[in-house]
Design a protein around this ligand. Structure first.
Ligand SMILES: Cc1ncc(COP(=O)(O)OP(=O)(O)O)c(N)n1
Ligand SMILES: Cc1nc(C(=O)O)sc1CCOP(=O)(O)O
Ligand SMILES: [Mg+2]
Length: 236
């Protein structure tokens, strides 16, 4: 547990300030190995883990996760995150962020407006925003109550079907606008493509398949985290 902030546990916002690798995962209902998977990903260097379970079309089909099951999965993740000093994020639902004691609530463009979400989760929970264009990113960067934003999809991705690629140009534009809040590139990013994202000016990324579908999630997270660290070190 990091205790560099005058011996006390750093706040979610303080931990966000240094976060560079953000993972979204489903509840792994098919495999039943959520805690083990999260342990591997966090050991590999993931800073933020978001539960994002919209259902799956695997061998056994799962619909979108229900609230009670989502809370149980969040409790499993919370225990692992606590051990690693990592941030736990809830997707879409302010009520579940409050109920689970999560550190982060991530809101899309169609989700609850931020000022209502803030009333539900309180002042200390980090709130993130999805953006898919330069205009949305510019708004999010100054939106009251928002602590970080994600921008993409950089490449079209089966994880978010039907969403056309925003391209590396969006990453370049956002980087050039020098937002003062943390921002992450998302969508189609893996170890192979990471150098292009970093060249375009991102220093933080969100991934799904690059870790959830890796044969060795810990090694996959480690490779991404190391590359992000090298990039940050080269900029100083
Ligand atoms: C960190 C992060 N960034 C973007 C998203 C996408 O959010 P949204 O646009 O609301 O889409 P869904 O994930 O809800 O399908 C995210 N979840 N997390
Ligand atoms: C959940 C999500 N949101 C996106 C956005 O652009 O807002 S792209 C995305 C999926 C990213 O998955 P992968 O790393 O497997 O490509
Ligand atoms: Mg959403």
């Amino acid at each position: 547990m990091p205790t560099s902030h005058a011996g006390r546990r750093p706040t979610p916002r303080e931990r966000l300030a240094t976060a560079r690798l953000y993972l979204c995962t489903d509840a792994r209902r098919e495999r039943g190995d959520l805690a083990k998977f999260a342990e591997a990903a966090l050991s590999g260097g993931v800073d933020v883990i978001q539960l994002r379970d919209k259902g799956s079309a695997g061998e056994r089909q799962f619909g979108r996760i229900e609230a009670k099951e989502e809370l149980a999965a969040l409790a499993e993740l919370a225990a692992v995150c606590r051990r690693h000093g990592a941030l736990l994020a809830v997707n879409d639902r302010a009520d579940l962020a409050l109920a689970s004691g999560a550190d982060v609530l991530h809101l899309g463009q169609g989700d609850l407006p931020v000022h209502y979400a803030r009333q539900v989760v309180g002042p200390d929970v980090v709130i993130g925003r999805s953006t898919g264009s330069r205009a949305q990113a510019q708004l999010a960067a100054i939106e009251e109550g928002v602590d970080y934003f994600a921008t993409g999809p950089v490449w079209a991705t089966p994880t978010k079907p039907g969403r056309p690629a925003a391209s590396l140009d969006l990453v370049r534009q956002v980087a050039e606008s020098q937002p003062t809040m943390p921002w992450f590139a998302i969508g189609g990013i893996d170890e192979e493509r990471l150098p292009e994202v970093l060249d375009a000016g991102a220093t933080r990324i969100v991934v799904v398949r690059a870790i959830t579908e890796a044969r060795d999630p810990q090694a996959a997270a480690r490779s991404l985290a190391d590359a992000l660290d090298r990039n940050i070190a080269a900029k100083h």
